[in-house]
Design a protein around this ligand. Structure first.
Ligand code: CP
Ligand code: NVA
Length: 308
């Protein structure tokens, strides 16, 4: 049966770690000029109903490096934007392509696409989650810290798609996860239910960034207004004032604390320019690792063979 990557809630901790192992191998192969054209002759359709720089370029480049081809379909310019039902799009693309990547608003649209497609579907961001980004984040953290288990991951800001995926991914990989969000901007109830479902999970949701940041090994933040929330910008700026990753907050964390930001970043809002530049190496490693992590995902879902 075909498999999809719709959300990290669907994967076990072992499956996530396996993707990270394959991602490390993909990175090694690429850096050492080793052949890894596992998807020769295969095509990925990429549906974008929201803007993107990293996701588009990393998926398209990743497919090329794997020997395949990627097709960009913007919501607006394809028949999707004119209302063609997702179940028809799924069945049509399944006749031409070998995989579909989709970035859209509702998680339900991605789930419906996967139900009606006979080829793997990969979630390239919804309002609910951003699994590919968090795979890259976990890869970057493990690369630098040599482990995930036992590390404290702290998220500051909006309980958005990034917060949701970080909570699930972090806990599944044995990390302690602390989240600081203002009231009214909590992570999704399904994610909070998951975080409370296992007594072994170390999870806390607090109202002040200071409480969450103490002894953190990794601090992660994201924009205050996500794509689709542009009209709430002013209201959100008021709600999130104080939820900034700055030097004062970093001083509470572990001295070797990493910073991750999925980008694009708004300096002076969720992160100061100083903290951003101090941790630019880690943040751009994170951006690079989108390529390697997604190559691993595409290989595992679309090649149907073990890596050599
Ligand atoms: N981080 C991320 O998904 O970036 P893009 O929106 O540029 O794809
Ligand atoms: N939370 C952000 C992430 C962008 C990569 C958004 O959804 O716009």
């Amino acid at each position: 049966m075909k498999k999809d990557l719709l959300k990290l809630l669907d994967l076990s901790g072992e499956e996530i770690l396996h993707i990270l192992d394959v991602a490390d191998q993909m990175k090694y192969n690429q850096k050492h000029g080793l052949p890894h054209e596992y998807l020769k002759g295969k095509t990925l359709a990429m549906i974008f109903e929201k803007n993107s720089t990293r996701t588009r370029v990393s998926f398209e480049t990743g497919m090329f490096q794997l020997g395949g081809h990627a097709i960009f379909l913007s919501g607006k310019e394809s028949q999707i934007g004119r209302g063609e039902p997702v179940e028809d799009t799924a069945r049509v693309l399944s006749r031409y392509c070998d995989g579909i990547m989709i970035r859209t608003f509702a998680q339900e649209e991605v789930e419906a696409l996967a139900r009606h497609a006979s080829i793997p579907v990969i979630n390239g961001l919804t309002d609910f989650c951003h699994p590919c980004q968090v795979l890259a984040d976990l890869m970057t953290i493990r690369e630098r810290m040599a482990k995930l288990e036992g590390l404290k991951l702290c998220f500051i800001g909006d309980g958005n798609n990034m917060a949701n995926s970080l909570i699930v991914g972090g806990l599944k990989c044995g990390m302690e996860v602390s989240v600081a969000c203002p009231e009214g901007y909590d992570p999704d109830p399904k994610v909070l239910e998951f975080a409370g479902s296992d007594p072994a999970f170390k999870f806390s949701l607090v109202r002040t960034p200071r409480e969450a940041a103490v002894d953190a090994d990794v601090i992660v933040t994201d924009v205050w207004a996500s794509m689709g929330q542009e009209e709430e910008k002013a209201q959100r700026e008021r709600a999130f004032a104080g939820y900034q990753v700055n030097e004062e907050l970093m001083a509470l964390a572990h001295p070797e604390c990493m910073v991750q930001h999925c980008l694009p970043a708004h300096r002076g809002e969720e992160i100061t320019a100083q903290v951003f530049e101090d941790h630019a190496q880690e943040i751009f490693d994170e951006a690079e690792n989108r390529l390697h992590a997604q190559k691993a995902v595409m290989y595992l879902l679309m090649a149907g063979e073990e890596i050599g």
